[in-house]
Ligand binder design. Structure first.
Ligand code: UD1
Ligand code: MG
Length: 447
């Protein structure tokens, strides 16, 4: 594959079977809208231009695919009609134009590159990605001659009995010779069972013009198109397995791969150990030698080398965990930096904060970062020690090496190396409890 490549992504369908207010292709798999996966694959192929055909009234979709240009297909008159909605974008292109469906997120860049290369090889007008499905219903059949050339695609509804037996089918992915594409598509009519402009008729048009076409085979597993929530779950499962395989191949241990959920952009370093039941939302980067213990949930955060996370830790967006730092059970970190070696071991909320290197945050410490109107910052110096069950009412600044006594409520500024505590005066009344119980027994008759 050496000529220029452009991509047209068909995303005009609402997907009524999803029973959703969202356009179908905005539904997420592995933390990313389906259309995003397809656009990423195009980027992987170094597409010079990626165009998206959208339906009417899909502003969120247009925003999601930006800065890629979008073209609106107002009436759904068939796949050829959909591609021609992008006619202005197709003008003057050279090389290859790949047509992809936004509801089919599983095609790999490797497979698509193979298709593009096959089209280029003999300067075919069209190259089609075919597969052999278990259930042939609804698919266009690929008719090939003795030399393996593709002579026609016959839609399921148009097949005669012999054609219906053909088990080589159109996956929907087609690659066109860019220079001829508009002329070819404009020659397609809608004289067929569905009254639609079939993109697949491009093969017949090319034949008439004395041009050749070719079919390339792909494994059925890549071809899944999502039309329902059930198929969305199937696509999710396939993608998760791929992501787990990749993570392990790159040097992470997943103790129970099936219970670890990754996002398409999750980055795990070498010798990371992920225990069972861990969820990685979008935007997570984990360094080397990190242990993420069971039942932790991470999203949009960075975990430095050698850090120790969980079990039951929650890292929310903007958490930056430094090298060798420790985040223990039932700890929530949001938009906060834990510098190297800092420890927040138990039952804490740290939000909008900096925790200096090697500081120790005692159990139950809470940064009170929100006054109902504004978020305020907490700054904890290196080597500081925050006693258990302290409330740090932001804005607050604890100097390096300072100690905060357990159970304190701290506001303002604490000097470096100072001890500070707020604690009500202790009262002790000798024998009071025993007398109280005696009196209550008399009063209630209870033993
Ligand atoms: C299409 C192919 C068929 C192939 C099958 C694979 C045609 C004529 N047929 O059939 O050979 O085996 O896919 O799944 O191309 N779309 C639009 N605008 C339209 C029509 C469709 O954007 O006017 C989009 C749909 O949202 C969908 C894709 O194009 O993502 C395919 O359309 P669909 O109606 O599912 O085509 P099939 O009948 O399944
Ligand atoms: Mg379909």
């Amino acid at each position: 594959m050496s000529l220029e490549l452009s991509v047209v992504v068909l995303a005009a369908g609402m997907g009524t079977r999803m029973k959703s207010a969202l356009p179908k292709v905005m539904h997420k798999v592995a933390g990313k809208p389906m259309v995003g996966h397809v656009i990423d694959t195009a980027a992987h192929l170094k597409a010079a231009k990626t165009m998206v055909v959208v339906g009417p009234d899909m502003p969120d979709l247009i925003k999601t695919v930006a800065p890629h240009p979008t073209f609106e297909q107002t009436d759904r008159l068939g796949t050829a009609h959909a591609v021609l909605a992008a006619k202005e974008g197709l003008k003057g292109l050279t090389g290859n134009v790949l047509v992809l469906y936004a509801d089919s997120p599983l095609f790999t860049a490797k497979t698509l590159a193979r298709l593009v290369a096959a089209r280029e090889e003999n300067d075919h007008a069209v190259a089609v990605l075919g597969f052999r499905p278990e259930d042939l219903t609804g698919y266009g059949r690929l008719v090939t001659d003795q030399n393996g050339n593709l002579t026609a695609i016959v839609e399921d509804k148009e097949c005669n009995d012999a054609q219906r037996q053909i088990n080589f089918c159109n996956s929907g992915v087609m690659c066109f010779k860019a220079e001829d594409m508009i002329t070819t598509l404009e020659a397609i009519d809608n004289a067929n069972a569905k009254g639609e402009y079939y993109l697949t008729d491009a093969v017949e048009v090319a034949q008439k013009n004395g041009q050749s076409c070719v079919a390339v085979e792909v494994d059925e597993a890549e071809t899944l198109g999502v039309n329902s929530r059930t198929q969305l779950a199937v696509a999710e499962a396939i993608l998760q397995n791929r992501l787990r395989e990749t993570a392990m191949a790159e040097g992470a241990t997943l103790v129970d791969p099936a219970s670890v959920f990754l996002s398409a952009d999750t980055k795990l370093g070498r010798d990371v150990i992920v225990e069972p039941n861990v969820v990685f939302g979008p935007g997570v980067t984990v360094g080397d030698n990190v242990v993420i213990k069971a039942f932790s949930h991470l999203e949009s955060c960075v975990v430095g080398d050698g850090a120790d996370i969980g079990p039951y830790a929650r890292l929310r967006p903007g958490a930056e965990i430094g090298a060798g730092a420790r985040v223990g059970n039932f700890v929530e970190i949001k938009k906060a930096v834990l510098e190297a070696g800092a420890k927040v071991n138990h039952l804490s909320y740290i939000g909008d904060a900096r925790v200096g290197a090697k500081a120790n945050i005692g159990a139950g410490t809470i940064t009170c970062n929100y006054d109902g109107f504004r978020k305020q910052h907490t700054d904890i110096g290196a080597g500081a020690f925050i006693g258990s069950n302290s409330s740090l009412v932001a804005p607050v600044e604890i100097g390096d090496g300072a100690i905060v006594g357990a159970g304190s409520t701290i506001t303002g500024k604490v000097e470096a190396d100072a001890l500070t505590l707020t604690r009500a005066e202790r009262i002790e009344k000798k024998g009071w409890a025993a007398k109280f119980r005696e009196k209550m027994r008399e009063l209630t008759g209870k033993k």
